[in-house]
Design a protein around this ligand. Sequence first.
Ligand code: IPM
Ligand code: MG
Length: 347
Amino acid sequence: MVSALKSSPSPKPSSNSLAPSKMPMGGAALDLTGVPLPEETLSAAQRADAILLGAIGGYKWDKNEKHLKPETGLLQLREGLKVFANLRPATVLPQLVDSSTLKKDVAEGVDLMVVRELTGGIYFGKPRGFGTNEKGEDIGFNTEVYATHEIDRIARIAFEIARKRRGQLCSVDKANVLEASMFWRKRVTAIASEYPDVELSHMYVDNAAMQLVRYPKQFDTIVTNNIFGDILSDEASMITGSIGMLPSASLGESGPGLFEPIHGSAPDIAGQDKANPLATILSAAMLLKYGLGEANAAKRIENAVLDTLNRGFRTGDIYSAGNKLVGCKEMGEEVLKSVGSSVAAAI
Ligand code: IPM
Ligand code: MG
């Protein structure tokens, strides 16, 4: 399901004038319309100011043909909105340091940002498909391909982000083996000359995967391709305690941004009121900040999440002894109370 936020045509839009509309996509759309991304959903999303996306997927549709999978709808939505830059922050909150599977001194203080290229690379490259090789054996194949403009624009976004953070950018590739990565490294290095204040380093993806669990504090901003970013951001999320904590923002040159948790729909616990809603709530905060330019409102939501954690509320994935175990609904209600009390405090 997609919530598309459209500002009212009022000359002085404020957060009160937002009227969100809900459109189906993924499994909900398959059940309703037979396709994972109906045209009406894509066009409503394209007309919106920002889009909040619920996690997609589920056993029910797992065996569908590829064009009828919820995941295909998600890729079509990202492509249709041209949101090529996916920002995935991974921050270890002091409140959750004990939920990390890493030792406290390794996890403590980690604050990194994965900038993942989202509309290119092996996810979209052609040729792709199934066929037979010269020996007549069945094969499946995909193509990792990046053009100059695709690398240059994601590199610029990453340099800009690194500049506003701690000024360090690590570009992750597999340039010891793959031509697409050799080219990636060449273009990122060329763009670096526009950002003399940012320190650029390069790392092979296998080493980066290892360094992320060995000494994650060495990373500030990471820029990488679509598939490596998919994998490394899941890995980075576990440093923070749970993938249920990580929001993301997907942005294009212009047009609305797409905001979604980095996790899937956790079908194994569907309907049990166990899921952690914080990644989705924090995605709404990113929507306010990056999508609508409402940084103060975003901060209020982030503070409400911290306040809720400070008050000891935990879903199962981030639970540790001495805290209060709650379900998805109650966690959401507690965050709402914290937002309410911060508003009251401000008045
Ligand atoms: C993600 C997800 C998606 C991806 C899937 C659901 C298509 O894993 O957003 O990281 O691979 O991009
Ligand atoms: Mg993923």
